[in-house]
Design a protein around this ligand. Structure first.
Ligand code: SAJ
Length: 418
């Protein structure tokens, strides 16, 4: 068994939204960390002490790790005591099965360094059984554990430290070694289990959230037809001691909820109709928003839309699988011109404009993401730039009375009237 008292070198593979915060936490809790990423821009950003994405507290922690000399990023792999794999597992198309190519290529790259004194931890999301079936046969020379990452973007560092963690080693020694690594910075409970159960738990968490958001979205559709305000109804329903309904919105985006429900049921004979339907309900929401916009604009030739929010959720700069992507495509197919404003996102397939440019000559503001900054927008100013003053708020994020007082016609998703 490796000497647990020696300062460990940890090689963190994948410096994305989860890998970089993990590397920084390890580096500021007594480990020497080598961060490996195939993207040279990411490596350069990390080594210069500037995170390549927006996450509260990360710039300060990264700077501390770099200036303390405990973290260095590289594009080449290096020997270490512990390897942590936190690379993406995208949804393969059209199979809707996990694409394991990044994980398996990281496994192949570390093979030359492995022996019985090494520990490999995989944090990447995996379909149930993948660790035992695919990873273990490749890396069996080392101690192995599957420990899924479950922190939420926007509160990653807090959750990485305070959340409970699942540790599924292939044997007691592997589980114990992985437990020791996380014990250096996690204050939540470290639950020891097996890899298969850890894989399933992670996927079930995200399927649970996706299904519950779908329910909230379906409530929004019901409310629109029934002539009630879903936001008020949900607020009141949530006063019940055993009810906690999530929020409706223009769809579910991001890297996790859009794929993990598929991973959970991939390859099963079981059809899992609820999980599949939830995905379909959430994917249908951008189309519902288009229908609302069309009703609001009526039969006029008003055809320019200003989208507020390209990020998949509030106050993050990540636009992966954002509802805005699907909304813009459908709106353009329906003949609308779309201009997009997002103060946080920098990479997006559609041009990102300043607010004034995005609103100039527009007929309708469509709020898709509830960034805090959007509540500071002065509707009377925006109204002066627009051709006709309409607002569709898909997140119940704005002060509708203020927008109405400035001359806007306002529609709220999930309510016939704002
Ligand atoms: N959303 C709603 N209504 C809600 C909550 C969310 O429409 O009430 C939408 C968001 O706007 C966004 C999408 O759902 O488009 C996903 O956002 P999220 O905040 O629910 O979750 P993620 O994808 O940022 O992070 C999730 C988290 N999983 C759970 O909470 C069970 C996080 O803990 C996981 O670590 C992460 O997935 C992951 O990496 O798997």
């Amino acid at each position: 068994m490796p000497n647990k008292n020696r300062k460990k070198t940890v090689c963190c593979i994948g410096l994305g939204c989860m890998g970089l915060p993990t590397a920084c936490l390890l580096a500021t809790h007594g480990h020497n960390v080598i961060g490996v990423d195939t993207d040279e821009r990411v490596v350069a950003a990390v080594n210069s002490g500037r995170p390549h994405f927006n996450e509260p507290g990360l710039p300060q922690l990264l700077l501390k790790a770099i200036t303390g000399g405990c973290l260095v990023a590289k594009t080449a792999y290096e020997d270490a005591d512990v390897f942590i794999i936190a690379v993406p597992t995208p949804l393969g198309k059209p199979s809707q099965h996990a694409d394991l190519s990044y994980v398996t290529s990281a496994c192949r790259a570390i093979l030359p360094y492995l022996n019985k004194d090494k520990l490999v931890i995989v944090e990447s999301t995996l379909p149930v059984g993948t660790f035992d079936r695919t990873i273990v046969p490749m890396l069996k020379k080392a101690h192995l554990a599957y420990c899924p990452e479950r922190a939420i973007p926007g509160s990653t560092l807090h959750e990485m430290v305070h959340n409970d963690r699942l540790i599924g080693g292939i044997d007691r020694e592997s589980t114990e070694l992985a437990r020791q690594v996380y014990a250096t910075f996690v204050s939540g409970v470290l639950h020891l289990t097996d890899a298969r159960t850890a894989e399933a738990a992670k996927l079930m968490e995200n399927a649970f959230r996706d299904v519950n958001i779908a329910l909230a979205n379906e409530f929004a559709l019901v409310a629109e037809e029934a002539g009630i305000d879903v936001w008020k109804a949900i607020e009141l329903a949530n006063k019940h001691p055993r009810v906690n309904i999530l929020k409706p919105g223009p769809g579910v985006g991001g890297y996790c909820l859009t794929k993990d429900p598929h991973f959970l049921i991939q390859g099963l004979r079981q059809r899992a109709p609820l999980i599949r339907t939830a995905r379909a309900v959430n994917d249908s929401m951008p189309e519902r928003v288009i229908a609302i916009v069309k009703t609001l604009l009526g039969g006029t030739d008003s055809r320019v839309l200003t989208v507020l929010g390209a990020a998949y959720k509030a106050d993050v700069c990540d636009s992966r699988q954002a509802p805005a992507l699907s909304f813009i495509k459908r709106a353009e197919d329906a003949g609308f011109q779309v201009r997009v404003h997002d103060p946080l996102v920098t990479e997006f397939p559609h041009p990102l404009l300043g607010l004034a440019e995005a609103a100039a000559g527009s007929d309708c503001v469509v709020l898709l993401t509830d960034h805090s900054q959007f509540t500071l927008i002065d509707p009377s100013k925006v109204g002066r730039w627009m051709r006709t003053m309409n607002l569709v708020d898909c997140r119940n994020a704005l002060n509708h009375q203020q927008w109405r007082n400035s001359g806007f016609q306002v529609r709220l998703l999930g309510a016939t009237f704002a």
